[in-house]
Design a protein around this ligand. Structure first.
Ligand code: ADP
Ligand code: MG
Length: 326
């Protein structure tokens, strides 16, 4: 890849967490039931995402790292729904490969043999048969080794790891039917069961104290939303930032100021100043009501009828808290 490509890559691959996001999305797209994410030094030294999905044959894996190649059929309506990841154009592996050393080890389901492909700075260095389990493991080391200007902007390792943790948490909460394992520097940070229920996923990620404090959201106040499901914590179980309010639209992670403030307002004066509850909420919205920015990194959304949706969420959460004597 030329300089221009590397600069472009540095803009979309902002940090280790952006790599993790793309690799986890690919694993989910591949139909994985188990995804293991390992990072070292906050992901600055090594990132490895392994899945038990459909895997790739030799020809497919060679293609996968080329520019503009995708095996996925997508239509415009998918973009409308806000599937805003750089992967939607078949760019992720190519782009990540351009700014790191990348190794893919993969074997198709039911396939005879596996393949190991290595890239450095976007150039294929090897592609050989390899013994490996069915599924795919992508390992990225030395991120930004060939783009020192980009590397300089990386934050301290704990901060980079926080971003990685946030991304993996977000996908794990949205996919309780998939087992996620997150390891940092060889130590397990969390692992979910993949048994399919949100409450046990919350328990695996946030621990017993938080899981016990979770109130299910059942019933929906009048308004434009078609459905809502999830949990919110009791007013005592809070944190000092809104990071623990995870919101999804039709199963896709989104950020929305309107939703965050609706959730907080539902607690009224029960919430101490500058404290935020835990919440995992999935909203079903009618098509065309979400205005998503198609920029690869933007997840902040706006709704049509934002005020009405906001009020509906506030009322719904308030009702759930009341029903639970809170
Ligand atoms: P996109 O996801 O938009 O197709 P990517 O660059 O992320 O673009 O991936 C390119 C292609 O590589 C995918 O279309 C898919 O065929 C293949 N691929 C990537 N990751 C995996 C994986 N974990 N399992 C199976 N196939 C994969
Ligand atoms: Mg992708």
């Amino acid at each position: 890849p030329g300089t221009v490509d590397k600069i472009a890559a540095g803009e979309v691959v902002e940090r280790p967490a952006s790599v993790v996001k793309e690799l986890v999305e690919n694993a989910l797209d591949a139909g994985a039931s188990e995804i293991t994410v390992e990072v070292d030094a906050g992901g600055t030294e090594r990132i490895r995402v392994a899945d038990d999905g459909i895997g790739m044959g030799e020809e497919s894996v060679r293609k996968a790292v080329e520019q503009h190649t995708t095996s996925k059929l997508r239509d415009v309506s998918e973009l409308d729904r806000g599937i805003s990841t750089l992967g939607f154009r078949g760019e992720a592996l190519y782009t990540i490969g351009a700014v790191s050393r990348l190794t893919i080890t993969t074997k198709p389901r039911g396939g005879e043999s596996g393949t190991k492909l290595t890239l450095a700075g976007g150039e294929v260095e090897g592609c050989d048969p390899a013994g490996c389990p069915e599924g795919t493991a992508v390992e990225v080391t030395d991120l930004f080794y060939n783009t020192p200007a980009r590397k300089k902007y990386l934050k301290r390792e704990p901060t980079e790891f926080d971003h990685v943790n946030t991304v993996v948490t977000r996908y794990a909460l949205a996919n309780p039917g998939v087992r996620f394992v997150l390891e940092h520097d060889g130590r397990e940070v969390f692992s979910t069961t993949g048994q399919g229920d949100l409450q046990s996923t919350v328990l695996s990620i946030y621990g017993r104290e938080v899981a016990r404090a979770m109130v299910p959201i059942e019933g929906l106040a009048e308004g434009p939303l078609e459905d809502i499901s999830g949990y919110v914590s009791d007013p005592e179980t809070t944190r000092s930032g809104s990071t623990y309010i995870s919101t999804y639209v039709n199963g896709r992670y989104v950020r929305s100021k309107a939703i965050r403030s609706a959730v907080v307002d539902a607690y009224g004066t029960q919430l101490a100043p500058d404290r935020y509850p835990f919440a995992v909420l999935d909203l079903a919205v009618p098509p065309g009501t979400v205005d998503v920015n198609v920029h690869p990194r933007k997840t902040e959304v706006r709704f049509g009828e934002e005020g009405a949706i906001r009020d509906q969420i506030e009322e719904t959460v308030e009702e759930a808290l009341l029903e639970n004597g809170l």
